[in-house]
Design a protein around this ligand. Sequence first.
Ligand code: ADP
Ligand code: MG
Length: 352
Amino acid sequence: GRSVHQIQSGQVIVDLCSVVKELVENSLDAGATSIDVRFKNQGLDSIEVQDNGDGISPQNYETVALKHYTSKLSSYSDLETLQTFGFRGEALSSLCALSKFSIITCLAADAPKGTKLEFEESGKLKGTSTIAAQKGTTVTVENLFNNLPVRRRELERNIKREWGRVTGVLGQYACIQTGIKFSVSQQAAKGKKTTLFATKGNRTTRDNIVNVFGAKTLAALVPLELTLELEPTAGQGRKLVSKGDDGKTQIRVVGHISRPLSGEGRQTPDRQMFFVNARPCGLPQVSRAFNEVYKTYNASQSPFIFANIELDTHLYDVNVSPDKRTILLHDQTRMLENLKTDLIALFESQEY
Ligand code: ADP
Ligand code: MG
């Protein structure tokens, strides 16, 4: 029968997309400058994420996949200002329960020799062996959900949609992360390996977008660079006030958006990507505000949007859902009013 560990793990790792997000975020947290994501059979056979980050120290081999083990949180108060993606220590332990899971890791000093770690379903270390490796960590997840037949069947049935979401979210990380070489490849069950996209460690999101979506897409975009200033309000708690000298809250909205051109010539894919401090996330109300304004200029097409909202960590909450995708912006209504006004000004300043 199913263990409690399996059931709980199924709440952290709900689908292919959550596997990919957890692994990529671990690589980013490890300071990687190169991240290679490889799928076999769209992830149904395996998902492999290789990075050139810090690696895992031998003293952590025993604990690394145990539930609630994390190296990223030194005290509870860190939760408020945390800069890393991870902090719950649930991803690796969940993956042990839900797949055939292994890690190859190597510290810089030990290259070209690394260690392969294999785990029991509980996350307990089963064994280690020496293997050729470069500095960094490679995590391999095979046969996801094989021990949860219903979940597995659901994954297989929805693989087309899942694959679309997975490649979409990887494109988001690849575009928002500057200075990181990001590559994604897929190998069909019996086919050859194809690279979906690869970024080159570019200094700008602009160049990343060219690598992921093509130069044509970029040509149809205008830069977004808005600074929203929110006046302090009487009811505003201490935490809502950011560092500005005048007590004003500053929020920056940075990225790229389709020119408000109508009709032909527009070559932008219908893609909308939102980030909060470089963390990809769904922000339905922010998205609605963008689309509402855009529609007044071009009612026939929806825009390509790439928008990173940069704001003080005290101004939002990420600890709302286990998958960390739901982000609560504290002062959203006022922010959206400001955003719409500034977007209109941006579009008005464009020639079209
Ligand atoms: P969390 O990210 O919340 O700490 P995880 O279960 O995702 O929890 O990972 C557990 C621990 O494993 C991390 O805290 C980190 O120490 C280590 N780890 C996981 N992935 C990597 C990686 N790619 N490189 C280095 N260390 C890693
Ligand atoms: Mg993690």
